[in-house]
Design a binder for this molecule. Structure first.
Ligand SMILES: Nc1nc2c(ncn2[C@@H]2O[C@H](COP(=O)(O)OP(=O)(O)O)[C@@H](O)[C@H]2O)c(=O)[nH]1
Ligand SMILES: [Mg+2]
Length: 209
């Protein structure tokens, strides 16, 4: 049985006006193009083709919203770092992500998906920084851990922990292929959603200032 039987795709937004209303609670997945975001979402939801995965990274500049149950959502943020995107696309990306992080009170948590073979990069730190401005819970998935030996994986985890220790960020190993770390990732996701004090709808918004 799926843990998230009601999960379904809601909409893709190309600009802020198309974002879903800022109500309830959502957890966003960020990471470089090809880091393994969509695969992580699929694995956590427990459905192979839930969020699309791709072998040609960097095409989507859309923010994809998925419904869970009871006003809870997952958000697949567009990746960054694909060398061949134009400067214009990069600007668009920055603007849209900026709009998203600027005021998203329903953002309960941010999962930053990092390829364990590459380690935490500037892009990931920027995402975590944005997440911090919203005071949401931060968690890093060091994914594709199946591609590392046990020893290499332990070293990657230790290095990421060192790098993130000042930011109050939890980090774990993960693999969409071997399901390593799946229980932990699901537990963190559900805790993020459950703990969030949802903003009320338009007109009755509570400031978290
Ligand atoms: N071996 C392995 N490959 C993975 C894993 N996660 C993702 N991939 C592969 O990495 C590529 C990019 O994954 P995708 O989820 O589309 O990345 P996204 O661009 O961040 O959404 C795809 O070919 C996936 O099959 C993993 O945990 N292990
Ligand atoms: Mg993807």
């Amino acid at each position: 049985m799926s843990l998230f039987p009601e999960a379904r795709f809601l909409t893709s937004a190309a600009r802020a006006a198309q974002f879903l209303p800022d109500e309830g609670a959502e957890v966003a997945f960020a990471g470089r193009s090809n880091a393994g975001k969509s695969s992580a979402i699929n694995t956590i939801i427990g459905r192979r083709d839930f969020a699309r995965t791709s072998k040609t990274p960097g095409r989507t500049q859309l923010i994809n919203f998925f419904a869970l149950a009871g006003g809870q959502r997952l958000v697949d943020l567009p990746g960054y770092g694909y060398a061949r995107v134009s400067r214009e696309m990069r600007e668009q990306w920055r603007e849209m992500l900026g709009d998203y992080f600027d005021c998203r009170e329903s953002l309960a948590g941010l999962m930053v998906v990092v390829d364990s073979r590459r380690g935490v990069g500037d892009f990931d730190l920027q995402m975590l920084d944005w997440g911090r401005t919203l005071d949401c819970q931060l968690h890093v998935l060091l994914t594709k851990a199946d591609k590392l030996s046990r020893q290499e994986a332990a070293a990657a985890l230790a290095a990421a922990k060192r790098e993130l220790q000042d930011l109050r960020v939890d980090v774990q190993l993960f693999s969409a292929t071997s399901k390593l770390g799946l229980d932990e990732a699901r537990t963190v996701l559900m805790a993020m959603l459950a703990r969030h004090v949802a903003p009320e709808g338009p007109g009755g918004r509570v400031s978290r200032g």
